[in-house]
Ligand binder design. Structure first.
Ligand code: NAD
Length: 489
């Protein structure tokens, strides 16, 4: 709801180096989920705007692809500096539009996004091929060439770092980009894109704000887009893959997860409790693709561990995301809030389930002013229940006991997702044995951290295709290999 006392900020999209409105003048409201008030508007891009942005990126590609890799890297390093200088401004925008707390989430996100620019700026010169010794009379070598216009789409949960990744990998590899921001959280990423536009030739980076079904779908099917890169839900990822199949273009997908955390009996300590809380991303309201939302606890420590965890979670301060004292902010929007609540209700209706902490959000009081949900932990859960199988994308954790290590691994792997996993034990053999048996693209042992630039990141099974965050991911996903053979006789 728009309030008369709050002036609306009006932003524009970025096409061909210029700030523009949508062709038909339509706009999207941006809401502050902690207050349930609209505070900004952005253009609502449609098919015509997608066409202009893709055409600009295609024109820019002809010259951009010839810019030496090290020069591209140097420009990314400058953008990293500019972004660092604006950390506070961008972090405040992110906290306001996402509901993520400034101290625990929004500011660290912006800093890690600047690190992403720095990393890819540094490795841009590593976009290189190989020579292959076919014979004395033949020179055979490969080149890593850019693909062309990349169409990229990102979600709202970590909008700046996810958008930055797409920009940095596309630019470092010599592609041009049309990036669609998430409709719920376009402002922080828009500011980052403005900084990019200040440092890059027109058309290399274009940022569209719009809805998925119109702007995102039009981008995915545009004939001049030569590669699709999508981060978001598995359901929409499937649609993107269909669009890619129609035109036979390469596609990278970073999708959903329902990641397991397996705790062995020797890890029943405060360090593990803190790590499980951190791995579940409670301070991002559980809205993280890598959230360790299925907690497999050895039966011998089950109750004691949950008790310690409840004490830790009760200390989290929920409230205004812009307040430095806040640990945990608000859920992104009404739809997601209702969805999370429906899963909590589902858990409450299971006769065998026990609510260790949390439950449905309060109907009154300060927390009822925004989309706030308390950390919620269910015990007595069976791995086949909906709350244990489906991605809730909220602060809801299910705890499941196990007796035998093989059972724990079997249950952990009994999921169509395979993004992240967490293993907690001081026994290195058990830890590595378990890590190797788990079907997911990333296993953390005795830690519950976010991604670092340089690591190979991506999902197994329906959690995705391709890798990001690393040189290897950039080479595999954002370049194409050409082989040249030369007769030397
Ligand atoms: P979503 O799939 O609904 O939306 C993601 C983006 O796709 C948005 O920009 C949206 O506008 C766009 N979109 C929606 N419908 C579209 C369509 N038909 N065609 C083209 N684009 C369309 O996801 P969300 O709710 O924004 O984000 C949460 C999901 O993202 C979760 O499943 C989460 O696990 C996943 N995620 C994955 C990663 C990862 O790295 N694997 C990171 C963050 C989030």
């Amino acid at each position: 709801m728009t309030t008369a006392t709050q002036p609306l900020t009006s932003e524009k999209m970025l096409i061909d180096g210029r700030a523009v409105d949508a062709q038909d003048g339509r706009v999207i409201d941006v809401e502050n989920p902690a207050a349930r008030t609209v505070f900004a508007q952005v253009p609502r891009a449609g098919e015509a705007d997608v066409g202009l942005a893709v055409a600009a990126a295609a024109r820019a590609f002809a010259a951009w692809r010839t810019v030496p890799a090290r020069e591209r890297g140097r420009l990314l390093l400058r953008i990293a500096d500019a972004m660092e200088a604006e950390t506070e401004t961008i972090a405040r925008l992110v906290a306001r539009e996402t509901g993520n707390a400034i101290r625990t989430q929004a500011r660290p996100e912006v800093k890690s996004a600047a690190d992403v620019f720095r990393y890819f700026g540094g490795v841009a010169g590593e976009v290189k091929g190989e020579t292959i010794p076919l014979s004395e009379h033949m020179l055979c070598y490969t080149r890593r060439e850019p693909i062309g216009v990349v169409g990229a789409i990102v979600p709202w949960n970590a909008p700046v770092v996810l958008g930055t990744l797409k920009i940095a990998m596309a630019v470092a590899a010599g592609n041009t980009l049309v990036l669609k921001a998430a409709e719920d959280a376009p402002l922080g990423l828009l500011r980052v894109a403005q900084l990019c536009v200040e440092h890059l030739p027109p058309g290399v980076i274009n940022l569209l704000t719009g809805y998925g079904e119109e702007c995102g779908a039009a981008l995915a099917r545009h004939p001049l887009v030569r590669k699709l890169s999508f981060t978001g839900s598995t359901e929409v990822g499937r649609l993107i893959m269909h669009a890619a199949a129609d035109r036979i273009v390469p596609v990278s997908l970073e999708l959903g997860g329902k990641s397991p955390a397996i705790v062995f009996p020797d890890a029943n300590d405060d360090r593990t409790v803190d790590g499980v809380i951190s791995g579940m991303r409670f301070t991002r309201q559980g809205q993280s693709c890598t959230a360790g939302s299925r907690l497999f606890l050895h039966r011998s420590i089950f109750d004691a561990f949950l008790e310690k965890m409840s004490v830790g979670l009760t200390k989290l301060k929920i409230g205004d995301p812009s307040d430095e004292a806040t640990d945990m902010g608000a859920i992104i929007n009404r739809r997601q809030f209702d969805r999370v609540c429906s899963y909590i209700e589902d858990g409450l209706h299971q006769p065998e389930a026990r609510v260790v902490l949390g439950g449905l959000p309060p109907q009154e009081g300060p927390l009822a002013q925004g989309y706030f949900v308390q950390p919620t932990v269910f015990a007595g859960v069976r791995n086949e229940w909906r709350i244990a199988r489906e991605e809730i994308f909220g602060p809801v954790l299910v705890a499941i006991p196990w007796d035998d290590e093989r059972d724990a691994i079997r249950m952990a792997n009994d999921s169509h997702y395979g993004l992240a996993a967490y293993v907690w034990t001081r026994d290195i053999q058990k830890a590595l044995r378990t890590a190797h048996a788990i079907e997911s693209g990333w296993v953390q042992i005795n830690q519950g951290l976010g991604q670092f630039p340089g690591q190979s990141y991506g999902g197994f099974k329906q959690s995705g295709i391709g890798r990001e965050y690393s040189l290897e991911g950039m080479l595999d996903s954002y370049t194409q290999r050409k082989c040249v053979t030369v007769n030397l006789q």
